[in-house]
Design a binder for this molecule. Structure first.
Ligand code: ZN
Length: 203
């Protein structure tokens, strides 16, 4: 296993829902909100559950669980490229706890192990449902494909709306952040990167 990259914040202890709930209560109290108001009475519980069970549930799974035994072995054609475009994803920025969401384009050059397309979408979820920076997310998805499938190379491009940029700070509502990661032969060969980018362009 690779060491965890600096752009991904690790989870170091199991989820404690009550503690998280108490934290949200304190947070709202600190902002001067009336916790007796009926709209927010259940909010601390709701927020804690949503974070534990949806936004950060990627910590519960690993790339190995998602790709591990689900491949088919066959000899690929020369430079055969598997490409899946526009996989919807969402994640959380570790700096502001605000969401970013968009699409992931993923490609790899199989060396013998080939997985179903839906497995790649699940892999994106395993990595994105954590506190992780978008730059790191692209790299983690690409590295996992290389490692778990022994692929000759993997490529990932993420296009996302970063709430940190669109609803706070600069408030550039239309801006989109694009990050990419190329591993193995994708890092070495411009022709492969161009093929991948053309596939994305023709979607
Ligand atoms: Zn942020």
């Amino acid at each position: 296993m690779r060491p965890r990259p600096p752009g991904e914040t690790p989870r170091i202890r199991p989820v404690d829902l009550e503690k998280a709930e108490e934290g949200v209560r304190l947070f709202l109290e600190g902002l001067g909100i009336d916790l007796d108001d009926s709209n927010v009475r259940e909010t601390p519980r709701r927020v804690a559950l949503a974070w534990a069970e949806e936004f950060l549930d990627g910590y519960e799974r690993s790339a190995r669980e998602v790709l591990g035994d689900f491949y088919e072995e066959r000899k690929p054609e020369a430079d055969e490229m598997v490409v899946v475009t526009s996989i919807d994803f969402q994640s959380m920025c570790p700096h502001h706890l605000l969401p970013y969401r968009g699409v992931a384009h993923v490609a790899y050059l199989p060396a013998g192990k080939i997985v179903g397309f839906s497995r790649l979408a699940r892999l994106v979820d395993v990595h994105s449902h954590r506190l992780i920076l978008q730059e790191t997310l692209a790299r983690e998805i690409a590295e996992s494909i290389r490692e778990e499938l022994g692929a000759r190379g993997a490529a990932v491009i993420l296009e996302a709306e970063q709430s940190c940029m669109t609803i706070r700070g600069e408030r550039r509502a239309s801006s989109r952040a694009i990050t990419e990661a190329f591993t193995g032969e994708f890092a070495e060969r411009a022709d492969l990167r161009e093929r991948f980018v053309r596939r994305i362009g023709s979607r």
